[in-house]
Write a new protein. Structure first.
Length: 210
């Protein structure tokens, strides 16, 4: 595992909390792809600093945490090769469009017929598409993490989701309340949008949201 520097870990924790709203504390090591003891110390330090807060078994980002995240991500953007990042985002678009089409067909057989997942052959064909997309996407992910090393946890997260799908656990295709393939994709897309100083509303209007 590549261990990101402390500031990268801070950003990853804050981003996970921002994107998910709240997270079961015990789930954080898997999401961040970090050692549980390290995550525990990280969480404790930010709770003590008032940037995160516990609510039952969940952890949330505070207003101070959101402000700190904004400062850290602004600093991060200033260190990145934005020209290369823009090119990578252009290369991301075909993958994004393919996943969008795939997920639409996973959820709806046609415009009026929801997929009840009783047609095993129909579902298997879409899963095969997802596997092919994933195999092609991993090369792009590797290029992205060369430019933004902080994102090295994403290949692992995608791999875990894909492994679950291959085992027949199809909730890991698109279920929103777990780290499904779609969930991880959405969060990576949000990271890209933020790194480029864009916003989701503009991207959605351009047809680039999933």
């Amino acid at each position: 595992m590549n261990n990101p520097p402390t500031t990268a870990r801070d950003i990853n924790l804050f981003q996970a909390l921002r994107l998910k709203g709240r997270i079961e504390t015990d789930s954080l090591p898997a999401i961040l792809v970090e050692d549980p003891e390290l995550v525990s110390r990280l969480v404790t330090s930010h709770v003590e600093a008032g940037r995160c807060m516990h609510k039952g078994t969940f952890l949330r980002l505070t207003a101070d945490g959101k402000q700190k995240l904004a400062e850290l991500t602004a600093e991060e953007r200033g260190t990145l090769d934005t020209e290369r990042l823009e090119l990578l985002y252009e290369e991301f678009d075909p993958f994004n469009s393919a996943l969008k089409s795939l997920l639409t067909r996973w959820q709806m057989i046609d415009e009026t017929t929801p997929n009840d997942h009783n047609d095993a052959a129909y579902d298997a064909a879409i899963i095969n598409e997802l596997e092919e997309l994933h195999d092609g996407f991993t090369g792009w992910l590797s290029a992205l993490t060369d430019v933004v090393p902080r994102l090295t946890h994403y290949p692992t997260r995608f791999g875990v989701a894909m492994d679950e799908v291959r085992r027949g656990n199809y909730t890991y295709v698109a279920r929103p309340i777990i780290d499904s393939y779609h969930t991880v994709w959405f969060e990576l897309h949000e990271e890209m949008i933020g790194l480029l100083g864009r916003d989701r509303a503009t991207e959605a209007a351009a047809g680039r949201a999933v």
